[in-house]
Ligand binder design. Structure first.
Ligand SMILES: Nc1ncnc2c1ncn2[C@@H]1O[C@H](COP(=O)(O)OP(=O)(O)O)[C@@H](O)[C@H]1O
Ligand SMILES: [Mg+2]
Length: 242
């Protein structure tokens, strides 16, 4: 299968840019993204969002999140790491795309609300899950977006999509992105979720001092969750005894 984003290569980052000091990003020469689903995992502050946003902006997505034509910048917080990324693209072009930035959900909801209100005004019958975004919970609106707007052959870049979703809805999310990834869609997702990362057709990168491909069961999220669920009393005991 041909992927929209096959690989990224990094150009030298000038000293003085904060992202020049993020070890994971500094360590990249090239990163293979030729997988229907790629997960970025790793500790808070390890550089996942910075790289995800750099890739999204380089591809033409708005740094604040949304679609490629989505122009509502509220504040200029993006890092411009995109200038130092070279993206090796495949021959196909995505038919659709979305960049979900972790912190800017409210803006995305406002944008979707405008789209849905326009569709209602045009007489469309909207029976998607979740209804008008601001009148629904974050999780319902986000799931509504995925179930109703994401398409086969689309390119989706998502930062911590699990933040809004119950475990049950993480499973619904997984089933949908699995189905879409089997019909030509590509996903690049930063996540801490030990549920979502169970998807079988995914590549998992762990961000640390460098970026290493890991197996599902070797992620910290999986290990810590498993230890806690297997024996919560022992975990709490060990945590508090110091
Ligand atoms: N605008 C910024 N200016 C300076 N440092 C930043 C900025 N944004 C993020 N950082 C730093 O870059 C590092 C990586 O952040 P981030 O990519 O958000 O990590 P992650 O998404 O893996 O939690 C962190 O140490 C963070 O403090
Ligand atoms: Mg992040």
């Amino acid at each position: 299968m041909d992927f929209f984003v096959k690989e990224i290569k990094m150009k030298p980052i000038p000293k003085g840019k904060y992202y020049a000091n993020i070890p994971s990003i500094n360590s990249i020469d090239s990163l293979d993204l030729s997988s229907p689903i790629t997960f970025f995992m790793g500790e808070n502050g390890s550089g996942k969002s910075t790289l995800l946003e750099g890739i999204a902006v380089n591809l033409g997505f708005n740094a604040e999140g949304g679609t490629v034509n989505f122009n509502f910048a509220t504040k200029d917080t993006h890092s411009n790491l995109s200038e130092y990324i070279q993206i090796i693209r495949g021959a196909r072009r995505p038919v659709d795309g979305f960049f979900l930035r972790a912190e800017s959900y409210y803006n995305v909801a406002t944008y979707l609300e405008d789209i849905y209100k326009t569709e209602i005004a045009l007489g469309y019958k909207l029976d998607y899950y979740g209804g008008i975004p601001h009148e629904r919970s974050h999780g319902q609106a986000f799931l509504g977006l995925i179930l109703n707007k994401f398409k086969p052959n689309g390119l989706y870049i998502l930062d911590e999509p699990e933040a809004a979703l119950s475990p049950q809805n993480q499973l619904t999310f997984m089933a949908k992105i699995y189905e879409l990834s089997q019909s030509g869609a590509q996903f690049i997702i930063a996540t801490h979720s030990p549920i979502i990362t169970a998807l079988p057709n995914a590549k998992i990168y762990n961000f640390n001092e460098s970026i290493q491909e890991i197996n599902y069961r070797d992620s910290d999220s999986y290990q810590i969750t498993k230890l806690t669920l297997d024996d919560p009393e022992r975990m709490i005991h060990n945590l508090l005894k110091k």
